[in-house]
Ligand binder design. Structure first.
Ligand SMILES: [Zn+2]
Length: 584
């Protein structure tokens, strides 16, 4: 039970200037967290209640899929990390320490090494597989730029699950289970999200999905189809080539003077063509020498796709000197026609043009009527551009893509045998042959899920908690705590609600009603119950929904039952983490 007069809920009228995003500001203002050092926070009682609610939902959904919870150590020996080569790979992001004997350890940034070593020692036979093991544990990453409060911290709570299977087919089944579990978790947390196809990055493996909560404060760009489930990180989203443009080819390229016009907008306006008619020629340096990458004027080049197409580790936009040397002109006037000493890679949308406008490889000049494959030959053609809103969906080919920002709250990976081979985690088949265990790993940022929920659910007055993760479902406000009769009615209702299992906080402070109402809004409890003069004079108790502002009244004697019924019909049992219809 919780009385506000005795609770440690240090609310602030103003958010500290360092808090840039809504969730960070509101967590500080509502007294959920306090900063101890950059990216390191204390969770205050109200904040911890939300964290525990999210953890409970996560546990229930992991357990539903047959997973088992364990707890791995935070301090991990360097030796294991050396065996997978990640002691070096992790670099400065890893918190390292030594014990009194000079042995090296780290604070676990993740737990693949340690759990694979465990399974190597404890699992011998195919009969022991599959296994799904998880923990909810602190992780440590010395982020170069910790920011946005719990969104990107250096110490953070994560649920990490690892799957161990006999073969790829088993892994696919484990992966599908986790995909379902994650969908249920974020739906139950009341979040609008998308599971997006993503780039595996340094963790390795092939297939991976990120679960992205859609919110403007997100760090990642996401595109998703308006008609089908297709969603992808904007960096990896595929782009369909457009239909080739019809019409007879124009005459040979003609040179046009374009004094001082360098940008797509300037050139398009000057030559009176749409930007989509322009062919941008971007000169890049790579480890295999310079290349010219061609994309349409209204498109953006995706450097990740460029590097993949060229099979190089890095690409870098060429400096002014290199551009001058290769094209014979300052930046802004390069073009593929007659370009020497450099290989050309063209986006498919460029090749679908009947003709385009390019730089003339001369200062203040462009060429019109440049016909791809007639006037220049690309060495490669590929999907090179960044997906954008309005593109045709590459999956259903009917819907259009929409663009949003996304907060990554979960990620699931198919790791394969990368860690089991490095650490020698094998099992024996019926016939005695030995095989590496096939692994997957699956993370959920618990604190980040809390931050994402606030990003999606707040208004100018404060947080609007989804019922399933609210620190308390109900807040009772006594209008005048000094009025003995009011206080008595409020306390009776407070006790009755707790007896019914409804998590209720009672604002019994000796404060003005306006202050208490403001705090109730800031703290975001789903239902606010007012006990004031009306409750005594007319025997009516007022219940207000934080999300909609809707008000209901109940006769005093039936108020507890009325509130319980409201919560039941809203989503799940009173007081326990319920379902929600706001997800996908
Ligand atoms: Zn689609």
């Amino acid at each position: 039970m919780m009385r506000m007069s005795q609770a440690l809920i240090p609310t602030l009228r103003e958010a500290p200037a360092e808090a840039e995003v809504a969730s960070h500001q509101l967590m500080l203002r509502a007294g959920l967290i306090r900063k101890e050092a950059a990216g390191i926070y204390t969770l205050l009682p109200l904040g911890l209640r939300v964290i525990r609610k999210i953890e409970t939902i996560v546990r229930e959904e992991m357990d539903r899929q047959g997973a088992q919870e364990l707890l791995l150590p935070i301090i991990q020996p360097a030796e294991l990390w050396r065996q997978t080569g990640r002691w070096e790979v992790y670099g400065e992001e890893m918190f390292r320490l030594k014990d009194r004997h000079g042995r090296e350890f780290c604070l676990g940034p993740t737990h693949e090494e340690i759990i694979t070593a465990l399974v190597k020692n404890e699992v011998r036979s195919y009969r022991q597989l599959p296994l799904l093991l998880y923990q909810i544990q602190n992780k440590y990453r010395d982020e170069i730029r910790p920011r946005f409060g719990l969104m990107r911290g250096r110490e953070f709570i994560m649920k990490d699950l690892y799957s161990f299977d006999r073969d790829e087919e088993g892994l696919r089944q484990s992966y599908a289970k986790m995909y379902e579990a994650y969908t249920r978790v974020f739906t139950r947390c009341g979040l609008t999200f998308r599971a997006v196809e993503a780039d595996p990055g340094q963790i390795g493996g092939t297939t991976t999905h990120e679960f992205m909560v859609l919110a403007p404060a997100g760090e990642a760009g996401v595109v998703f189809c308006e008609r089908c489930p297709y969603a992808a990180n904007v960096e990896t989203a595929e782009c369909l080539p457009p239909e080739p443009e019809a019409g007879p080819p124009p005459g040979p390229p003609e040179r046009r003077e374009t004094p001082g016009r360098k940008t797509v907008e300037e050139v398009a306006a000057f030559l009176q063509v749409p930007p989509a008619r322009l062919i941008k020629t971007l000169l890049y340096e790579t480890e295999q020498g310079p290349v010219a990458a061609l994309v349409r004027g209204d498109h953006q080049l995706n450097e990740l796709k460029l590097a993949r197409t060229l099979r190089v580790g890095w690409v870098k936009l060429a400096g002014e000197e290199t551009v001058q040397r290769i094209s014979g002109a300052p930046p802004g006037f390069a073009g593929p026609v007659g370009l020497k000493g450099v290989r050309v890679v063209a986006d498919r949308a460029v090749l679908a043009l009947a003709w385009g406008v390019t730089g003339a490889n001369a200062e203040d000049a462009h060429l019109v009527h440049v016909v791809p494959r007639r006037d220049f030959q690309p060495d490669w053609e590929a999907d090179l551009r960044l997906a954008q809103a309005g593109d045709l969906c590459p999956r259903c080919r009917q819907g259009r893509l929409q663009e949003s920002r996304g907060i990554e709250v979960g990620q699931i990976f198919q790791l394969g045998t990368k860690y089991s081979e490095a650490l020698g985690a094998t099992y024996t088949l019926e016939d005695g042959t030995e095989r590496p265990i096939v692994m997957g790993c699956y993370g959920i940022g618990i604190g980040r899920t809390m931050a994402a929920a606030i990003e999606q659910h707040h208004d100018e007055n404060g947080i609007i908690w989804p019922l399933s993760i609210a620190p308390f479902a109900v807040c009772i406000v006594t209008v005048n705590q000094r009025e003995a009769e009011q206080a008595k009615v409020a306390e009776e209702l407070y006790r009755r609600l707790w007896e019914m299992g409804i998590e209720t906080i009672w604002d019994d402070r000796d404060e003005r009603a306006g202050v208490k109402f403001k705090d109730a809004d800031l703290l975001g409890f789903p239902l606010r119950v007012t006990v004031g003069p009306r409750a005594l004079a007319q025997g009516e108790i007022e219940v207000k929904f934080r999300a909609t502002g809707e008000v209901r009244t109940f006769p005093r004697q039936q108020a507890a039952e009325g509130i319980a019924e409201l919560l039941r019909s809203w989503g799940g049992e009173p007081g326990v983490s319920g379902g929600s219809d706001t997800g996908l």
